[in-house]
Design a protein around this ligand. Structure first.
Ligand SMILES: Cc1cc2nc3c(=O)[nH]c(=O)nc-3n(C[C@H](O)[C@H](O)[C@H](O)COP(=O)(O)OP(=O)(O)OC[C@H]3O[C@@H](n4cnc5c(N)ncnc54)[C@H](O)[C@@H]3O)c2cc1C
Length: 467
């Protein structure tokens, strides 16, 4: 079968790799550079910078490693990520477990009791899918310090503040609630019967059935014993890592494993039209700014938000408003090459007064910076370049004028931010049209999320073409 993959980021390339190995003829059409956000750039002064600051989640049993183990020739080397800190007067570990919450110095003593009691209360009595973090904390009479902390954590988990971040995202992000428990309620396309999708068969049909029958609120209530157990015990994110060589290494391992797939770079897909002359002669014409291609199957990995403008397909037309309503957040990453390294640890830190995620990537791989220099990365939300430089200078006390290299990147980390009411597309649109990418799965983050969507697409694809 001839398959066209629109977009060559993580999800597009992983799809191409798997489908090539299944014996199909695959063409990837990428409007910019292959790799999308899973790319590293060479900077003249001798630095290799990723598109945004990265930590790769779920390396022990996640979808990225599963797909690479199955289809790629090799798996990149990852270094253990380390811990996450908050920088106040000094560095403090981000509290996750109940014990950490009750002892952390980052919130006032009075708030510690209120927060831990409320968490247990919420897991016991349940909450609705639309409940935001703000809905809960607004009546808790917390100090500004604690509210600012929650705000920063929300930006980190969903790309938005406490008002737009759903409470379930906070609980799944901290590891108290397994993300699969939330999944049945996330895909809002009413044509999808969750019980008939492969995803739910894979998870555990009986469990999903009872979760769906209970409804969101009751299913949180009925899972409370397990969730509280996770909150009480120390849950940690040890299975995260950073790839040696930068995120480009992940992209390279996929590209190196492709044999026959044709990759076209610098060509933008502008229309996807279906034709149906007879049963033998049907499929899609994929029109780019330069050429036309024929496909039996389309795997679409560009932003779903623009699908209604590109694809003239009934299923897309029906969901036009939901697709066009998908929201995402813009980020600014500042890369600084410096002789000074204020981060004498592996891991990363978040800043509260100006939400920022900061790390030294050359602590994982010194080859990302020239000899004697360090590569520092800072990802901000809603911040201008000048302001970002001032914040960095003040926060970690480095002299920006002595920087060896400064490089700015403005990008959109995920094609759908994980916010209250966000619409996620189910990867199967119809038997021969699929959507993959971070807007087609709400689980985990970035690269792992993109890989999850590819797994679901592949299972649906296999069922459709075994008919
Ligand atoms: C600041 C920042 C921090 C991040 N942190 C992390 C992290 O810690 N952990 C993590 O896992 N991930 C992180 N990510 C995100 C992660 O890199 C991405 O979510 C992931 O790589 C997205 O893969 P994708 O395939 O869904 O999308 P993309 O990589 O965006 O791929 C989509 C591709 O489609 C192409 N395209 C768009 N329109 C068209 C068209 N009309 N025709 C042809 N091609 C088209 C685009 O050019 C792009 O290459 C971060 C990203 C940023 C920017």
């Amino acid at each position: 079968m001839r398959i066209i993959v629109v977009g060559g980021g993580t999800s597009g390339l992983l799809s191409a790799l798997a489908l090539e190995k299944k014996g199909h003829d695959v063409i990837v059409i990428e409007k910019n550079k292959v790799g999308g956000l899973c790319r590293s750039e060479y900077i003249d002064e001798g630095y290799i910078v990723d598109i945004g600051v990265h930590a790769i989640t779920m390396l022990n049993e996640g979808p990225l490693i599963r797909l690479l183990k199955k289809y790629s020739k090799y798996i990149p080397n990852f270094r253990p990520y380390g811990d996450y800190y908050v920088r106040l007067d000094k560095l403090y570990t981000i509290p996750v477990s109940m014990q950490e919450w009750t002892t952390t110095p980052i919130v006032p003593n009075r708030d510690k009791v209120i927060i831990t009691t409320k968490m247990i209360d919420l897991m016991t009595s349940g909450f609705s899918k639309e409940t935001s973090v703000y809905d809960v904390i607004k009546d808790m009479n917390l100090s500004d310090k604690s509210i600012d902390f929650f705000n920063t954590i929300c930006y980190f988990l969903s790309g938005e503040d406490i008002k737009k971040t759903p409470l379930w995202r906070l609980f799944t992000g901290a590891g108290y609630i397994p993300e699969d428990d939330i999944l049945p309620f996330i895909y809002e396309d009413l044509r999808i019967n969750p019980l008939k999708t492969v995803l739910f068969k894979k998870i555990n049909k009986e469990r999903i059935k009872s979760i769906l029958n209970d409804g969101f609120l009751n299913s949180i209530r009925s899972g409370s014993k397990r969730y509280i157990g996770k909150f009480i015990n120390k849950v940690r994110y040890w299975t995260q890592g950073y790839p040696i060589g930068g995120v480009q290494s992940i992209c390279d391992s996929i590209l190196y494993s492709l044999n026959k797939t044709k990759i076209i770079e610098g060509e933008e897909v502008i229309k996807i039209l279906e034709y149906n002359e007879n049963e033998e002669k049907s499929g899609y014409i994929v029109e780019t700014d330069r050429d036309n291609y024929h496909a039996d199957v389309v795997i679409y990995s560009a932003p779903s938000k623009i699908l209604p403008k590109i694809a003239e397909i009934d299923e897309i037309k029906r969901n036009k408003d939901k697709l066009e309503g998908i929201k995402f957040t813009k980020s600014l990453t500042v890369w600084i090459g410096h002789e000074k390294n204020p981060f004498n640890y592996t891991g990363s830190e978040i800043w509260i007064d100006h939400p920022c995620w900061a790390t030294c990537v050359s602590n994982y791989d010194k080859n990302l910076a020239p000899s004697g220099k360090h590569l520092l990365g800072f990802s901000f939300v809603n911040t201008k370049k000048e302001e970002a430089l001032n914040i960095i200078e003040n926060k970690i006390n480095i002299n920006i004028d002595r920087a060896h290299m400064i490089h700015f990147q403005e990008s959109i980390p995920e094609q759908a931010s994980c916010t209250v009411g966000q619409y996620f597309v189910y990867p199967k649109i119809r038997d021969n049209f699929y959507v993959v990418g971070t807007d087609a799965d709400p689980r985990s983050m970035g690269i792992t999320r993109a890989a999850y969507s590819v797994e679901v697409m592949l299972s649906e694809f296999d069922i459709s073409f075994k008919k």
